[in-house]
Write a protein that binds this ligand. Sequence first.
Ligand SMILES: Cc1cc2nc3c(=O)[nH]c(=O)nc-3n(C[C@H](O)[C@H](O)[C@H](O)COP(=O)(O)OP(=O)(O)OC[C@H]3O[C@@H](n4cnc5c(N)ncnc54)[C@H](O)[C@@H]3O)c2cc1C
Length: 509
Amino acid sequence: MSAADTLDVSAPQADPVGRAPAEVEHFDVLIVGAGISGVGGAYHLTKQCPGKRFVVLESQASFGGTWITHRFPGIRSDSDLYTFGYRFKPWSGKPIATAAEILKYMGEVIEENDLARHIRYRHRISAARWSSADRRWTIEATRTDSGEALRFTARFLWMCQGYYRHSEGYTPQWPGMARFRGPIVHPQTWPEDLELSGKRVVVIGSGATAATLVPAIAGKCAHVTMLQRSPTFFITGRNANELADMLRELALPEEWVHEIVRRKILKDQATFTRRAVEEPEKVKDELLAGVRKYLGEDFDIDKHFTPRYRPWRQRIAFIPDGDLFQGIRDGKASVVTDEIESFTETGIRLKSGDALDADVVVTATGFNLNVLGDIAFSIDGAPLAFADSVAWRGTLFTGVPNMAWVFGYFRASWTLRADLIADFVCRLLEHMEARGATVVTPRLRAQDKDMTLLPWVDPENFNPGYLLRGVDRLPKQGDRMPWRHTQDYWSEKDELPVADLEDGTLVYD
Ligand SMILES: Cc1cc2nc3c(=O)[nH]c(=O)nc-3n(C[C@H](O)[C@H](O)[C@H](O)COP(=O)(O)OP(=O)(O)OC[C@H]3O[C@@H](n4cnc5c(N)ncnc54)[C@H](O)[C@@H]3O)c2cc1C
């Protein structure tokens, strides 16, 4: 591809800060973000739509998304890499992987498929404007190193920006925080030089991040306390996959091992999910037995590790070798279930009247939901009211032309959906080409107009804090297909590949 191929002849206009980008590059597809979804999208485009010119714009200095943003001690996946890994690239390490291992794997995908030439790092997108007259998006970006303003146009936007703001995590405000003498850090912006040796650390929260961080620093600091308002479910087990080990003994090709182990894990997960709904008490007992195995009968599991919600309503983090519980059992870590009344100069005062002394406080309190990558979207001059749109199978949106968003699974690995959506986008692009269309926009049909609109994700079914806090900024789903966002890999894997592109819900132009 020559530079001339990508040069748009339309006259560039001044951007909002008054500088006119020197030239406008045009692409068939523009992918936002080089995390696991964006790199996967780039791979699938090269394989399934080799004729399409595309670019990936990424605001960070390298690929990886979540796995480069998070640098706190112990950062690792909480799902297995046979399913968090791509369908097309075998995973050969331990099932639970560190961020460094995931980055290495993604780096191999980029190198083996010559994807680097498509990715532009340090390109932060600030605005995306759709013009029906021009049938294209105009994307405003800024180079984060030089401050240079750049403009791109693209027929199709493939949003792989994830779901949370990468620059800053979510920290609730508690009274007295300003008077605490030590550092208060969020795991998402972990200071490289944070010294923990000899320090008393309090980690607020008990989600996957806290459960990873606590064992990683236990033993390196004087003591670490996990302070939670309410308990979380965890699954314990060995960080190994017996089936994978056995298949490798048979010297099977890694592609086979990957596929067979994936299928087995997915089957087991489907069974687990079904059981969690049908017999929640039994599943709960099994999960708690896993914790009790490490902490013993005398530990107050009821208070500290028995959640109020039913299993699977929130993602269940896998604790390899029970390391979190080993740390507690060995006295290097402890867990406190209580509520924060206020910070003091030397720690945290709790609503029970107890106090926790701390030199460092870590707020493992979650994310800021970031619906469309902090990009100002407009359609023919009107700001996009994303929350007013209805999702087409949780990936396209009514009234929003030529745009797909990759929002992965919570209960299964994110990447399973990233692969499925990638197949779908490629099929849609080919379909448009075949029918001579350049624009596709989902629209409610007459029979859909009075359907009940539901939240993006059913809060009864899945309710992590960042989604509950931001649900009013998310698109809606409908009560029937193709307007449902099921979050169900096991039905989507069969339905999405054959979803009808001519049922009247997708309007082509
Ligand atoms: C600590 C942690 C552990 C997790 N573990 C798991 C797990 O084990 N299993 C699982 O399934 N899920 C896990 N998740 C969820 C995880 O976020 C997803 O699985 C997955 O990594 C998301 O990939 P993504 O590419 O869609 O988005 P992200 O990883 O969020 O990447 C999005 C990229 O887009 C870029 N971007 C955003 N906005 C812009 C913009 N305006 N301009 C340019 N670039 C932009 C960002 O810089 C980023 O690099 C975890 C999340 C966290 C935070």
